[in-house]
Write a protein that binds this ligand. Structure first.
Ligand code: NZQ
Ligand code: ZN
Length: 388
C-alpha cells in the first residue's frame, strides 16, 4: 500500500427529516446565499424548507446554475457574494450546483482573475494562493458525484471541463436525505448509479498494491450498486434502495477508497470531452467509455480485472481471458439494464468525430492518462474506435 494522507472535515447528516438541523449548523448571524439550479429545488419545495430552517438569518438566492456549471454563471454569483457581504453559502442540488458553489466560494475570495483558478488542473489550489474561502454547506438532491463530501469540482469554460481542487472546498456539512431525491427523473437516477460505479472502478480497477481494505470497500460499493440499481430506478420511493444509492455515491468519492492505491480517471477525462463537445450527460459518457477502456487496457489491469470478475461478478469458470471478457460484458449489460446506451453511435457520434475528440484531449493536455501515465492519444483513439 502507498503512503497517504487522509483528511475529510465534512459533517454528514444522513436520513429523513434532517433539514431542520441547518439551524444548528449555520452560524446564527450568517448572511446566507442559497445557490440552486433550474427549477427542481423550488418546484419540489426544498428551498422553502431550507428558508424556514434558516429562521431570521438574512437570506439571498442565486438560481440558474446549469448542469455542467458554466464559469460565466458562477462569476455572477461570486460578484454577488462580494457585493452583499455574504459569509455562508448553502447549495441545494446535485453535482453541478455543489461544484458551482465550491467555485463561487473560491472565486469570491480570490483577488486575482478567477480564470486563474481553472489552470491548476489536478494540483490543489492552496492556502498560499487563496487565503480563505467562503464556508458552505450542501443539501444533496442527486446522488452521483460525491461532491457533497469532497473538495473538488468540475467547471465548464469555453469548450472544456476543468477540474478544480482545494482543501478549502470541502463542504462544512452535507445533508443527505434520500427522500429529497425521490423526484429525480429515472435517467438522472441511472446517471447517478453509473457515476458512482465508475468512480469506484477508476480507483479499484488498476493494479494490485495490497490495499485490501480499499479493495473490499470498493467491491462492497460495486456490489451494492449492482444490487439496488434497477430497483432504485423502478421504485423511486423505496427508501432502503435509495438510501443505499446515496451512501454508495458519497463513499465512492470522498477520499476513502483512493487512499494508498493507484487511480486511473481516464474514463472520466475522455468522457468530459464528450460532454463538452456533444452535451452528453456525465454518467452516460462513462457508460460508453468504461467497457472499451477495460478491453483496451486488459493487460495493464489483468490482475484486478480477474479479482473484479471473481469478487464482484462471481465469475470463477473458464480461462483468464474468458473471465475478463465476461466481467466486461456484465459491466456493459449492467449499464444497459439501467437504461443507458453504451455506444457512441447511440448518440449519433460516428468515426468522423474521433479526430475532433482526440484534438480536444490534446488541447487539454490529456496525453498521458491512467494509473500508469501511459495512456496516450493513440490509445484513447483505440478506445473511442471500440466505443462506436
Ligand atoms: O437544475 P435543476 O432543475 O435542479 O435540475 C437538475 C438537473 O437538470 C436535476 N435534479 C437535481 N436534483 C433533482 C433534480 N430533478 C428532480 N428532482 C431532484 N431532486 O438533475 C439534473 C442534473 O443535475 P446535475 O447536478 O448536473 O447532475 P450530477 O449530480 O450528475 O452532476 C454532474 C456534474 O458533476 C460533475 C460532472 O462533470 C457534472 O458537471 N462531477 C463532479 C465531481 C466532483 N465534484 O467530485 C466528480 C464527477 O466525476 C463529475 O465529473
Ligand atoms: Zn464522475
Amino acid at each position: 500500500m502507498f503512503n497517504f494522507d487522509f483528511y475529510n472535515p465534512t459533517r454528514i447528516l444522513f436520513g429523513k427529516d434532517r433539514l431542520s438541523s441547518i439551524d444548528q449548523l449555520v452560524p446564527a448571524d450568517a448572511n446566507v446565499l442559497i445557490t440552486y439550479g433550474g427549477e427542481s429545488a423550488k418546484k419540489y419545495g426544498t428551498i422553502d424548507k431550507v428558508r424556514s430552517a434558516l429562521g431570521n438569518r438574512k437570506i439571498h438566492e442565486f438560481g440558474g446554475i446549469e448542469p455542467n456549471p458554466h464559469y460565466e454563471t458562477l462569476i455572477k454569483a461570486a460578484e454577488m457574494v462580494r457585493r452583499e457581504h455574504i459569509d455562508f453559502l448553502l447549495a441545494i442540488g446535485g453535482g453541478s450546483v455543489i461544484d458551482g458553489t465550491k467555485f463561487i466560494s473560491l472565486a469570491a475570495s480570490y483577488d486575482g482573475d478567477a480564470l486563474d483558478l481553472l489552470q491548476y488542473g489536478f494540483s490543489p489550489i492552496g492556502l498560499d494562493i487563496i487565503g480563505h474561502a467562503v464556508p458552505f454547506g450542501t443539501v444533496l438532491t442527486l446522488p452521483a458525484t460525491g461532491s457533497e463530501m469532497n473538495s473538488g469540482g468540475v467547471i465548464s469554460y469555453g469548450q472544456g471541463k476543468y477540474p478544480v481542487f482545494s482543501e478549502l472546498a470541502f463542504p462544512t456539512f452535507s445533508i443527505l436525505d434520500p427522500t429529497l431525491t425521490y423526484t429525480l427523473p429515472k435517467n438522472q437516477v441511472a446517471n447517478g448509479v453509473i457515476d458512482a460505479f465508475v468512480h469506484t472502478t477508476e480507483q479499484y480497477l488498476t493494479y494490485p498494491v495490497e490495499g485490501r481494505i480499499q479493495d473490499r470497500i470498493s467491491e462492497g460499493i460495486l456490489q451494492t450498486l449492482i444490487e439496488i440499481g434497477e430497483t432504485t430506478i423502478a421504485e423511486p420511493e423505496n427508501y432502503d434502495a435509495r438510501a443505499n444509492l446515496v451512501w454508495s455515491a458519497t463513499l465512492a468519492l470522498n477520499g476513502l477508497i483512493c487512499a494508498g492505491v493507484p487511480q486511473d480517471w481516464a474514463a472520466h477525462m475522455i468522457g468530459h470531452e464528450l460532454t463538452a463537445l456533444y452535451g452528453i450527460d456525465h454518467g452516460r459518457t462513462l457508460a460508453v467509455i468504461l467497457p472499451p477502456l477495460l478491453e483496451v487496457r486488459r493487460e495493464k489491469k489483468r490482475a484486478k480485472l480477474l479479482q473484479y470478475a471473481e469478487r464482484v461478478w462471481h465469475i470463477t469458470e473458464g480461462s483468464e481471458d474468458d473471465r475478463i471478457n465476461s466481467a466486461i460484458q456484465k459491466t456493459r449489460e449492467f449499464f444497459e439494464s439501467l437504461g443507458a446506451k453504451t455506444r457512441l453511435s447511440d448518440y449519433n457520434i460516428g468515426a468522423d468525430k474521433i479526430p475532433v475528440i482526440i484534438e480536444q484531449l490534446k488541447t487539454h493536455g490529456m496525453t498521458a492518462l491512467s494509473e500508469t501515465h501511459d495512456l496516450t492519444l493513440d490509445i484513447s483513439q483505440e478506445i473511442l474506435e471500440r466505443a462506436l
